[in-house]
Design a binder for this molecule. Structure first.
Ligand SMILES: C[C@H]1O[C@H](OP(=O)(O)OP(=O)(O)OC[C@H]2O[C@@H](n3cnc4c(=O)[nH]c(N)nc43)[C@H](O)[C@@H]2O)[C@@H](O)[C@@H](O)C1=O
Length: 338
């Protein structure tokens, strides 16, 4: 497949094994670009493994983004024109117990990449996946690109550092470097360490009698949830601009955790009150209570807007979780028979 306009771009993606890496690879391969992806585990797990036989120009490299020599070698050998830095320790709750590793992956690795670009080839375009978590306890809502940061977790502080590093290298070295301040974005690929993945999978197991209760933490926190497949389109559009700029990428719609649960259980015709229990151990030491984004700049300058709304997203995830649990139950039954 050739890229539209015949312009095939060599792209390096860190964190290709994650949810966003999957959707971004798909978006770039569909456009006919040549994708190189760094992932941590060999052989690649699902869903990455499904991309490999799907065809297209995709090559995987195994390594750790906190290994500066490895990154330098990859950039030299691959000679990318664009780098998307998606690799992250992305669990906000867990970042309190693993602050150092979170900082290494989320802040030091982007610093290494920016330095390598500056030294080796300043023409490489650089994308950084930043997070709405940087707004933390900010009293202003909705937040946009001019809203001051007020991070309240090691995760958010590391993401804020990466954001300012990108900003600094753009100003001081003239790099094409940009950050997307991404609000919560989900898909059927979300695992159970995230609220959305946990709710829909638990719900699917409750439906087939494999589980009775779902233990959750803070039901009152409010988030702006969108679909990951839509958010990677904004990333691609940002990298195609004439000038690098930072963008808030959000749906502009806010719901509480409780409303997410209610929507999912209601769709499956279950009363969530009969199943959800509050576990104080799942409450975070400190957390952002209300994150709602204003993606006006992305709408105006990139022509970007999300296609999938909250209800459609929740339903997509519930349907997919039910399919996954059914398939797992069938395959467990089949292996017991043999
Ligand atoms: C933008 C940002 O988006 C995500 O960060 P997150 O909002 O922390 O995502 P989450 O799905 O872990 O939590 C959502 C909310 O749900 C509450 N919550 C209640 N009970 C449970 C619970 O049992 N598990 C979890 N995980 N959350 C729970 C939790 O306290 C929080 O208020 C990441 O992609 C991150 O990488 C990122 O950048």
């Amino acid at each position: 497949m050739s890229a539209p306009g015949g312009q095939q771009v060599r792209v390096l993606i860190t964190g290709i094994g994650g949810q966003d890496g999957f959707y971004l690879s798909l978006a770039l391969l569909r456009r006919g670009h040549c994708v190189f992806g760094i992932h941590r585990h060999d052989p690649p797990g699902e869903p990455l493994a499904t991309l490999v036989p799907a065809g297209g120009d995709l090559q995987l490299l195994t390594g750790d983004v906190t290994d500066r020599a490895f990154l330098r070698r990859v950039v030299e050998e691959v000679a990318p024109e664009q780098i998307y830095n998606l690799a992250a320790q992305s669990r906000v709750g867990q970042s309190f117990a693993m602050a150092e590793r979170t900082f290494e992956v989320n802040a030091l690795a982007p610093l290494y990449l920016l330095e390598i670009i500056r030294e080796r080839n300043p023409r490489i375009r650089f994308f950084q996946a930043c997070s709405a978590e940087v707004f933390g306890e900010c009293p202003r809502s909705p937040q946009d690109e001019s809203t001051p940061f007020a991070p309240v977790s090691p995760y958010a502080i590391a993401k804020a550092s990466a954001y300012w590093l990108v900003n600094s290298y753009r100003r001081s070295s003239g790099l094409f470097a940009c950050s997307a301040i991404l609000y919560n974005h989900e898909s059927p690929l979300r695992d159970e360490s995230f609220l959305s993945g946990k709710v829909v999978r638990s719900l699917a197991r409750i439906l087939v009698g494999q589980q009775q209760t779902l233990a959750l933490g803070n039901l009152k926190a409010r988030r702006d949830w969108g679909f990951a497949g839509d958010y990677v389109e904004a990333m691609v559009a940002m990298m195609a601009q004439a000038e690098p700029e930072d963008y808030v990428i959000a749906s502009g719609e806010v719901h509480s955790v409780g409303e997410f649960v209610e929507e999912a259980f209601g769709y499956a015709r279950l009363d969530w009150r009969k199943h959800v229990v509050i576990d104080a151990q799942l409450l975070r030491v400190s957390e952002a209570h209300l994150l709602l984004g204003n993606a006006g700049r992305a709408r105006e300058r990139l022509g970007w807007q999300p296609r999938l709304g909250f209800q459609a997203l929740v339903r997509l995830m519930v349907d997919s979780a039910i399919e996954q649990v059914k398939a797992a139950t069938l395959s467990a039954a089949a292996s017991r028979e043999h």
